[in-house]
Ligand binder design. Structure first.
Ligand code: PEP
Ligand code: MG
Length: 322
């Protein structure tokens, strides 16, 4: 079985009716690139940079970060590498001496909020990413955006980081693309506005489920309520994909749902053409894409999107995948 899957490594991910799909890998450390390449991922769709900052006392300095980002960019040999800026806080623990912590971390000062509150930390990371962009095809991804105001503040800080490099004559990709994670319901509802101002979107279903259903993703006592197939979650995902497609901006899903074969056909039916997942899932999802005739599954997918009772959705999903 594994051998059969392995043979798909070089095969392009195309549906039976000719839709080309990009299958990218999520990585946490530069060493993960080897896994991504071994399954034929055509890019890194999510590089979770916070892992460089976790479980240590001192933050990595600009050069240490630059080296890590450059290594990933170079090892991917011209394939796109989407570097997410720091997503610290909540489930990604930090050393409490280095950064402020709060009482309700999932709703608190995490991710882009933390970076905007600690601009010196953000500046160092932005410079490191920009410097690395000279050595490969890097894109920048901002986590946990909830409003356009945060996006504008982020753009201002990014411009400041670029300017500081220009002054020092340090090369970087002047055309570097900026994208945003859609993982807060408010951002999904306003996805069109974000799509207008950004170069691409990436849907973080893990947090989107947590925030739309008010289920702490780390709390076992409510995990039975954590349902990717909840109709409200599906609607928010569809809204985001449609908004991005309408504005002709690339959109991907990089949460766990992207690597869950139960949702592949449904996401394709919503108009998704780019998935990013744990390297271990890439070939399984590719096989599912290769076995899907999009035109044929659309009516049932539409029926699922018009179903409001959660217990009716799961059997329909099973049917969609037969
Ligand atoms: C997500 O929230 O879906 C996501 C991809 O980011 P993380 O799991 O790192 O929060
Ligand atoms: Mg997230």
């Amino acid at each position: 079985e594994q051998q059969k899957l392995k043979r798909l490594k070089q095969t392009r991910a195309v549906t039976l009716d000719g839709h080309e799909i990009e299958l990218h890998a999520n990585i946490e450390v530069p060493a993960d690139v080897a896994k991504a390449k071994s399954v034929g991922a055509t890019g890194v769709g999510l590089y979770r940079t916070e892992f460089l900052f976790m479980n240590r006392r001192e933050m990595p300095d600009e050069d240490e970060q630059f080296t890590a980002y450059r290594t990933v960019a170079e090892t991917m040999k011209g394939m796109p590498v989407t570097i997410r800026t720091l997503d610290l806080g909540a489930d990604k623990h930090v050393n409490p001496d280095t950064v402020r912590v709060c009482t309700n971390p999932a709703l608190g000062l995490r991710a882009i909020r933390l970076c905007l509150a600690e601009p010196h930390i953000f500046h160092i990371q932005l410079r490191a990413i920009l410097r690395a962009s000279h050595y490969g095809r890097i894109k920048i991804l901002i986590p946990m955006l909830s409003s356009l105001l945060e996006l504008r503040q982020t753009v201002t800080l990014l411009e400041r980081a670029k300017e500081s490099l220009r002054v020092e004559n340090i090369p970087f990709d002047e055309a570097i693309k900026l994208g945003g994670m859609i993982e807060i319901p408010a951002a999904a509802i306003n996805a069109e506005a974000f799509a207008r101002e950004l170069d691409f979107l990436s849907i973080g279903t893990n947090d989107l489920i947590q925030y739309s259903l008010a289920i702490d993703r780390t709390d076992d006592t409510v995990s039975y309520l954590y349902k990717p197939s909840h109709p409200a979650v599906l609607k928010l995902i569809e809204m985001t994909i449609k908004a991005a497609n309408k504005l002709e901006k690339p959109v991907s899903v990089c949460g766990e749902m992207a690597g869950d074969i139960r949702f592949t056909r449904l996401l394709l039916s919503m108009g998704l053409r780019q998935f990013s997942m744990h390297p271990a899932q890439v070939l399984t999802i590719k096989r599912q894409v290769l076995q899907t005739e999009l035109q044929a599954v659309l009516p049932l997918a539409r029926k699922i999107m018009n179903t409001y009772e959660i217990d009716k959705i799961d059997p329909l999903l099973d049917k969609l995948n037969q």
